[in-house]
Design a protein around this ligand. Structure first.
Ligand SMILES: [Zn+2]
Length: 447
C-alpha cells in the first residue's frame, strides 16, 4: 500500500461529450496491489491511513499514463527521415530498415530501444504495429513483458508491392500469426493484433487469412492503415475494383468491429465514416506523421459527427518521436489550420485524446485512461527542470486548464520524470540510462 500525494489532472468525463478537465490540487491516491483503491483530498485519506508510506509528488504534475494507438516497432531508428511523401518514404526509408529485422539479434536490440522510447515518453499502453518477421515480433512481446507495458501487437503481413523479404503467403501468414497469438494473446498485459500492412500490399488471400486468425483467436484485435495518401488511395481503388471504397476492402473480409483500429483515415468519404461508425471500429489519428509526410489535415470534426471514435498515435518513423504531448499539440494545430472545417480543441480534449480516448479505443476503459478509484495506477509525473519554459509556465499558470495547455505546448520526454504501470515504477528521475550504443557519432556501429 502506498499513498501518493500529488496535483492530479485527468479526464474521466469525455470533453467531446460535454465533460471537462478534472483537477485536484492536493489529491491522495491510495494504491494497493497496483490499483487505486481510494482517491480524495490528501489530508482526509491520510487521516484514515496514518501509518503507510507516502510518496510526495507535489513538485510535479501527475497525469494518467499516455496511450499510443498507432506506433511502429521496427521504425525507432529512422525517426527524422523528413521530406518524402508516403510511398517514397516507405520505399527509401521504412522498408529497408524493416528488412533488417530478419536478423533476430538486430530485432532484439531494436525491441529494447523501442520499449525504452515508449517508456521515456510516458507511454504506458500502446497498439503496436509489429514486424513482418515472426521472431522479431516474439522479441517485441518478450521485451514489453519484461518491462510490463500494456501492448497489443502482431505480425505484419503482406504479399505484394513490398521488397521480397517482407512478403509471405496466406498459409504462412495464418500459421505464424496463430503461433504468436498462442504464445502472447491475453498473457499478462499483452494481446494479439491481426495486422495486414495495408490493402495496397495485401491481396484477397492475405486478408482472408487475417479473417481466419481473427475467428480462431477469440478476443484478438485488428489494425491496419487506411486513406493516408491520395496516391495510395487511388492504387487501392485500382487493386480492389469491386470494393466500394478503401474501408470496404477490410469490411468485405469481415475485419472490422469494435476491436478494429484503422490508422490515419485522412481522406475518408462520408460513406466510409458511416461504415466505421456502424461497426464500432475506431481511428488512430497520427497528426505529426500526417504533417511530416504531407498526407493532409485530419477531418476530426467529420469523424466526431459520424460518431467514429478517435484516439492518437505517434506512428513513430513517419512521425517525429514518441511523445504524445507533441501529437496532442499537432492535432490541435491541424484543427486550427482547417479553419471552419476544423474542430476547436482545448487542453482537456488533448489530454483525453492522449489517455482516456486511447484506453477506450483499445477496450481498456475500465482498466486505465484516468486516475479514478478502481483503475490501475498507470501514471506519469511531469517534473520539468528548473528554469525551463515549462517550469516557468507551470509556476505562473492561471488555472489547471492553463497549466495543461502549457504541458501540451512545452513538455517533452525530458519532463517525464516518473512512470508507473500497474503500480510498478518502470522509470524514475527523468533520465534513463541508454541501453543502446553510447556514442553520438552517426558512424557508430548500430548493433
Ligand atoms: Zn503507420
Amino acid at each position: 500500500m502506498i499513498l501518493y500525494r500529488a496535483r492530479v489532472l485527468d479526464t474521466p468525463d469525455d470533453p467531446f461529450a460535454g465533460g471537462s478537465l478534472r483537477s485536484h490540487e492536493d489529491a491522495g491516491l491510495l494504491v494497493v496491489d497496483g490499483v487505486i483503491r481510494e482517491r480524495g483530498g490528501f489530508e482526509s485519506i491520510r487521516a484514515r491511513y496514518p501509518t503507510g508510506p507516502v510518496v510526495d509528488l507535489r513538485d510535479g504534475i501527475l497525469l494518467p499514463g499516455l496511450v499510443d494507438t498507432h506506433v511502429h516497432f521496427p521504425q525507432v531508428r529512422i525517426i527524422g527521415s523528413l521530406g518524402l511523401p508516403l510511398l517514397d518514404w516507405l520505399e527509401q526509408c521504412a522498408l529497408p530498415e524493416e528488412c533488417r529485422l530478419v536478423d533476430v539479434d538486430y530485432a532484439r536490440v531494436v525491441a529494447r530501444e523501442f520499449v525504452d522510447g515508449l517508456v521515456a515518453a510516458g507511454t504506458t499502453t500502446a497498439l503496436v504495429f509489429g514486424s513482418h518477421f515472426a521472431p522479431a515480433v516474439d522479441s517485441l512481446f518478450s521485451e514489453v513483458s519484461r518491462v510490463g507495458l500494456r501492448v497489443t501487437s502482431g505480425l505484419v503481413v503482406s504479399d505484394r508491392a513490398l521488397p521480397d523479404p517482407l512478403l509471405t503467403t496466406p498459409q504462412r501468414a495464418y500459421d505464424e500469426a496463430h503461433a504468436l497469438a498462442a504464445r502472447w494473446h491475453e498473457v499478462g498485459r499483452t494481446r494479439y493484433a491481426v495486422t495486414p500492412r495495408f490493402s495496397y500490399s495485401a491481396g484477397e488471400g492475405i486478408l482472408d487469412a487475417c479473417a481466419a486468425v481473427l475467428k480462431d483467436v477469440p478476443g484478438a484485435w485488428f489494425t491496419s492503415h487506411v486513406n493516408e495518401n491520395p496516391a495510395e488511395v487511388a492504387e487501392v481503388a485500382r487493386l480492389f475494383a469491386d470494393a466500394e471504397h478503401y474501408v470496404g476492402t477490410y469490411d468485405q473480409h469481415g475485419l472490422l468491429g469494435e476491436r478494429s483500429v484503422l490508422a490515419h483515415n485522412v481522406h475518408a468519404s462520408d460513406a466510409e465514416l458511416a461504415v466505421i461508425a456502424g461497426c464500432s471500429a475506431s481511428v488512430a489519428h497520427c497528426p505529426a506523421s500526417n504533417s511530416a509526410l504531407g498526407s493532409g489535415l485530419f477531418p476530426m470534426r467529420r469523424h466526431v459527427e459520424h460518431g467514429v471514435r478517435v484516439a492518437l498515435g505517434s506512428d513513430v518513423g513517419a512521425g517525429t518521436g514518441f511523445s504524445m504531448f507533441k501529437e496532442g499539440l499537432q492535432a490541435y494545430f491541424a484543427q486550427r489550420l482547417l479553419g471552419d472545417a476544423g474542430l476547436p480543441l482545448t487542453p482537456a480534449h488533448l489530454l483525453h485524446l492522449s489517455t482516456a480516448a486511447g484506453a477506450a479505443v483499445l477496450g481498456l476503459a475500465d482498466t486505465v485512461g484516468d486516475l479514478s478509484e478502481g483503475k490501475q495506477f498507470d501514471a506519469i509525473c511531469l517534473r520539468p527542470r528548473a528554469g525551463t519554459s515549462l517550469d516557468i509556465g507551470l509556476r505562473h499558470a492561471g488555472s489547471p486548464e492553463d497549466a495543461l495547455g502549457k504541458v501540451f505546448a512545452l513538455a517533452g520526454d525530458a519532463d517525464v520524470a516518473d512512470v508507473w504501470i500497474g503500480g510498478e515504477q518502470v522509470s524514475s528521475g527523468g533520465f534513463r540510462r541508454p541501453t543502446g550504443p553510447q556514442s553520438w557519432s552517426i558512424a557508430a556501429e548500430t548493433r
